[in-house]
Design a binder for this molecule. Sequence first.
Ligand SMILES: NC(=O)C1=CN([C@@H]2O[C@H](COP(=O)(O)OP(=O)(O)OC[C@H]3O[C@@H](n4cnc5c(N)ncnc54)[C@H](O)[C@@H]3O)[C@@H](O)[C@H]2O)C=CC1
Ligand SMILES: O=C(CO)COP(=O)(O)O
Length: 298
Amino acid sequence: MKEKSIAVIGAGKWGLSLHFALSQRQKCLITSRTKRDIKNFVDLQTALDCDYLVIAIPAQEIRSWLKENFVFKGQKILVASKGIEASSGQFLNEIYADFVPDENIGFISGPSFAAEVIKGLPCALVINSISKKLYVEFEVCFPDFIKTYYSSDVIGAEVAGAYKNVLAIASGICEGLNLGKNAQASLIARGLVEMQRFGKHFGADESSFLGLSGAGDLFLTASSTMSRNFRVGLGLANDKNLDEILKELGEVAEGVKTSIAIKELSKKHNIYTPIANEVYHIINGKNPKDSLRDLLKN
Ligand SMILES: NC(=O)C1=CN([C@@H]2O[C@H](COP(=O)(O)OP(=O)(O)OC[C@H]3O[C@@H](n4cnc5c(N)ncnc54)[C@H](O)[C@@H]3O)[C@@H](O)[C@H]2O)C=CC1
Ligand SMILES: O=C(CO)COP(=O)(O)O
């Protein structure tokens, strides 16, 4: 029987870390837009011919990447991105649905800073898919230092993974303004309730928000300067201009664009999302101190 082949698409921080992790148990290929000096680096076509693909490119780029590059040949896919498309308000599973059957796709969620995964430090992740079979097939590809769980709640994982990035920006702002630990804990706790309410509207299982995908990833990202989104918040609180912050960061901070998507979706569906809305307004020039006043008042 032919040995199964696996490739990571995207060699940013997360793609490189997943490539490291997945290379522990089997040969794992990797590809990216520009040629890189990485072991088992291949061209895109060779990667696309693999049986299993792990796609780690920014959420806002996925639709155009799929249109330009992807041909479905029966591959099983794990999506590693966390975000909601700003231009359409579509969740990533809705975008992928035009290219890949639902039973061939899963979404990775949970607390997982790339910088720790690439050192082989232990972590626990969730693979979310309507197909338990897909989970079982990917589970064996992960190394011993990563514990994987299965969930069928794709939308819950997607909302949690995307929303926590916006809340991490809020938490970074809170830290940057020196509002104290009480304020930060209140913000994170109310943020968790807010993202659960948002997710429930779109059919998510409320319990997903209390596990690794929700509370786990939110607590991680909203409490550490290791998070790019948190650092965006710190910059905003220090009156830095967004373009300057993102240029300095040099990596994707998905919460910036996802805040646009959440604002539009919550308006359209009449969902109460006060913290995400204030993040959107601060990104668009509102004084964070005015946002604080409005959050305390309303
Ligand atoms: N870094 C982390 O700790 C984690 C990141 N993620 C998610 O993974 C996704 C990727 O994040 P990172 O790798 O950390 O970002 P990054 O900024 O380090 O790298 C992004 C990569 O995507 C590539 N890329 C950008 N536009 C592209 C396009 N149009 N076509 C092909 N490739 C393109 C870039 O060349 C770059 O290699 C994000 O959605 C992020 O939220 C999820 C969990 C952990
Ligand atoms: O999703 C992450 C950890 O689980 C990474 O968060 P940042 O993109 O904010 O660095």
